[in-house]
Design a protein around this ligand. Structure first.
Ligand SMILES: [Zn+2]
Length: 340
């Protein structure tokens, strides 16, 4: 019994060492590149499902392990160094650590971990203080006590995680659709109303207020724009787009008293922004923008073209170092492997 357990353990360690060595060989074969990591919430051991949708929380231990691994292989840079890369003044590999949505756990959990390792970071902050709509929706569904719900002429089961995920993605699409905020809020209220009892049962994950943001900025954290209320920017009416993009920059600059240069598109996948959005971000006075398209950015002749679409590799809730490497980093690196 003992020896077969021991053998299994040994095999696991061998496998893990092998995978890490393979990763290092892959790194040596790839051209210089910028690796941008994307985190949301980071918690010490709590249920990642409690307050925010799956995918948004990772454990403090994963953050530590990933940072240690990166730190041994990349130079960790601050956000303003990305300008040097985009303008061709820097051609060596680098890594940047980013956090979206400005949750309170950044101050309590992530910041001390970053500081201990001298890792600079960017915090992308939705400048409105109202609860983020997608978290309100998640909480309502997460704490809903019923087994199913009627929605858009269909009956949706909510008693299994995979059903819940499907239902939520349909709800998000439905709520984000109207180009006017009033209509979107009406739809949000409608859906939360269907999930009666859910939302009211819990407080949401706390977000950082102006005072904490000012302190973090003073301690060296770079602040970046992330809209005001976190809508899908693509398809918004022009006036709302301006309010969300330029408005968030003004609000955030007022809050922290610093120039804000970087922007991250809410959600950040290719369906969440288009040329019109990019134009709005540029017009608002931002200098660079980040997506969540899972790539690394090769630092070659074309690097300047990525100014408004800097890709990021996000870390999901169930990803420790090895899983993150296998799912995100290795595939992204393989795509640039031949570019050397
Ligand atoms: Zn976000």
């Amino acid at each position: 019994m003992f020896s077969s357990g021991l053998k299994q353990g040994l095999r696991r360690i061998q496998g893990s060492v092998h995978r890490l060595l393979t990763a290092d060989r892959l790194l040596r074969r790839c051209p210089p590149h910028l690796l941008v990591l994307g985190f949301h919430r980071v918690t010490e051991g709590a249920d990642p499902y409690e307050e925010t949708p799956p995918g948004l929380t990772c454990s403090a231990n994963s953050l530590r392990a990933i940072l240690e691994w990166i730190k041994d292989r990349y130079e960790l840079i601050s956000e303003d160094c990305v300008e040097e890369i985009l303008s061709g003044r820097r051609d060596t590999s680098a890594a940047l650590v980013t956090f979206d949505d400005a949750f309170e756990d950044f101050r309590v959990v992530s910041f001390p971990i970053l500081r201990e390792r001298d890792a600079p970071a960017v915090l992308f902050v939705p400048s409105s203080t109202e609860p983020l709509w997608q978290n309100r929706l998640w909480r309502a569904a997460r704490y809903f006590s019923g087994k199913s719900v009627e929605f858009l002429g269909r009956k949706w089961r909510l008693d299994r995680e995979r059903f819940l995920r499907k239902f939520l993605s349909e709800c998000r699409r439905y709520i984000a659709e109207p180009p006017v905020r009033r209509e979107r809020n009406k739809r949000l209220d409608e859906v939360v109303g269907l999930l009666e009892g859910g939302e009211r049962s819990r407080e949401g994950a706390a977000r950082l207020g102006g005072k904490s943001l000012r302190r973090l900025a003073a301690a060296g954290v770079t602040m970046g724009g992330h809209s005001r209320t976190h809508p899908v920017l693509k398809g918004l009416k022009e006036e709302e787009l301006r309010e969300e993009v330029a408005g968030s920059r003004e609000e955030l600059e007022g809050m922290v008293g610093r120039r804000i240069e970087a922007f991250a598109y809410p959600f950040g996948d290719r369906n969440s922004y288009d040329e019109k959005v990019v134009e709005g971000v540029e017009k608002a006075g931002y200098r660079r923008a980040y997506t969540t398209v899972p790539e690394v950015l090769p630092i070659g002749e074309d690097v300047a073209r990525a100014r408004w679409e800097i890709p990021r590799l996000c870390v999901d809730w169930d990803e420790n170092l090895e899983r993150w490497l296998a799912r995100k980093w290795v595939p992204a690196m393989k795509r640039i492997e031949g570019d050397r």
